[in-house]
Design a protein around this ligand. Structure first.
Ligand SMILES: Nc1ncnc2c1ncn2[C@@H]1O[C@H](COP(=O)(O)OP(=O)(O)OP(=O)(O)O)[C@@H](O)[C@H]1O
Ligand SMILES: N[C@@H](Cc1ccc(O)cc1)C(=O)O
Length: 361
């Protein structure tokens, strides 16, 4: 693969790359690049997570050595799964199983447990050095990387250490590239600034978009004057708002029902979850999408890329119902191997039962 082809694969569908010039230089250096994504295991995997999973796949295929950090301790700090570390670890296994069955070659991934990193004293020395090089105000602002706000009244003090840990993970693993959804930007910007102060390698960060929830942008809780980041956090697909989400373990029928009920006004692309699913999850996997229609409505039509389909939709040439049916069909094809593999593993079934009873947040 040429440098341009690798760059194209790494950057496609990304919301932002900080910075593209630095990424190109790193690729041109011909050194083997090291990248990572960390995730807090929580036992439920909604299709929004497939957006970064696809980017992990792209990065592996572009020849980047990717680490998958099972952020078990971070999840524990963040009160996930009632703070039960054994449940958190099982949830991490579940996530890896999904990623594998989505088609990522997990034998090429370096899978690391935060549990192992926190056993090393060098790790904690790094955390203290990062904290020493960060202002308290900046650390507090970065709490959004764990889905929290600085103003939250009842948080315990370990949560203030979390951002310094996430930055230290990057230095400890000696990375070139950090991947995450756009809500992880504050950790990555902090890592870039602290790297300069501490003489560490400065990461390039790649941020994937947040998939909007099934209700689109229609949340009542959006108020005037809200910041863009907060609006995105409010309207995104989220496991803590199950009505907004399609889970990879959902049955074929549930996927169809959820898609058919989703926000998808005729001719509107903005905050349209169906179009976003097509753009970020379906088109990266298929060369074409076929919209099946009765001959009375123009018969079947095929689209070879997303832009072409979006244009036709905005012009009112595609009916929302036809778009939804085609989306449900393709999405179910993608989810089928994942669903099958999860069905073969009863230990996950037990975990999911426990999870639905335990309080996540
Ligand atoms: N809707 C989404 N679309 C794409 N990526 C997402 C979405 N929600 C979260 N992510 C990404 O998935 C990773 C895990 O995030 P997080 O645990 O906050 O997600 P979540 O499952 O929606 O949780 P919560 O219920 O706390 O909002 C992060 O890298 C984040 O950027
Ligand atoms: N903050 C990330 C999880 C994470 C934790 C540690 C990391 O080093 C990276 C990512 C999230 O909420 O999804």
């Amino acid at each position: 693969m040429s440098i341009d082809q690798r760059l194209q694969l790494i950057t496609r569908n990304a919301a932002e790359i900080i910075t593209i010039d630095e990424l190109r230089k790193k690729l041109e250096s011909e050194e083997k690049l090291k990248g990572y994504i960390g995730f807090e295991p929580s036992g439920l995997f909604h299709i929004g997570w497939l957006i970064w999973t696809q980017k992990v796949k792209d990065l592996v295929e572009a020849g980047v050595n990717m680490t998958l950090l099972r952020a078990t301790w971070h999840a524990w700090i963040n009160d996930k799964l009632g703070g039960d570390l054994s449940l958190i670890k099982m949830a991490a296994d579940y996530t890896v199983e999904v990623i594998k069955n989505y088609g990522v070659d997990t034998t090429k991934l370096n899978i690391v447990d935060a549990d192992d990193m926190v056993k090393e004293k060098d790790y904690w020395a790094l955390v203290i050095k990062v904290a020493k090089n960060s202002s308290l105000a900046r650390i507090k602002r970065a709490l959004t990387i764990m889905g929290r706000r600085a103003e939250e009244a009842e948080i315990d003090a370990s949560k203030l250490i979390y951002p310094a840990m996430q930055v230290s993970d990057i230095f400890y693993l000696d990375l070139d590239i950090a991947l995450g959804g756009t809500d992880q930007r504050k950790a990555h910007m902090l890592a870039r600034d602290v790297a300069e102060k501490m003489g560490k390698k400065k990461i390039v960060s790649i941020h994937t978009p947040l998939l909007v929830g099934l209700q689109g942008g229609q949340r009542m809780s959006i108020t005037e004057g809200m910041e863009e980041d907060d609006i995105q956090a409010e309207i995104k697909m989220s496991k803590s708002k199950p009505e907004s989400a399609i889970f990879v373990s959902d049955s074929r029928e549930d996927v169809e029902r959820k898609i058919m009920g989703a926000y998808c006004p005729k001719g509107v692309a903005e905050n349209n979850p169906i179009l976003q699913i097509l753009k970020y999850i379906i088109f990266p996997r298929y060369n074409f999408v076929k919209i099946e229609r009765d001959i009375r409505y123009g018969g079947d039509v095929e689209f070879k890329d997303y832009e072409e389909l979006e244009r036709a939709y905005i012009e009112g040439k595609i009916h929302p119902m036809d778009l939804k049916k085609a989306t449900a069909r393709r999405l179910n094809e993608i989810l089928e191997p994942i669903r099958k593999s999860l069905e073969r593993k009863p230990e996950f079934e037990e975990m999911i039962q426990k999870i639905s009873k335990s309080v996540t947040r």
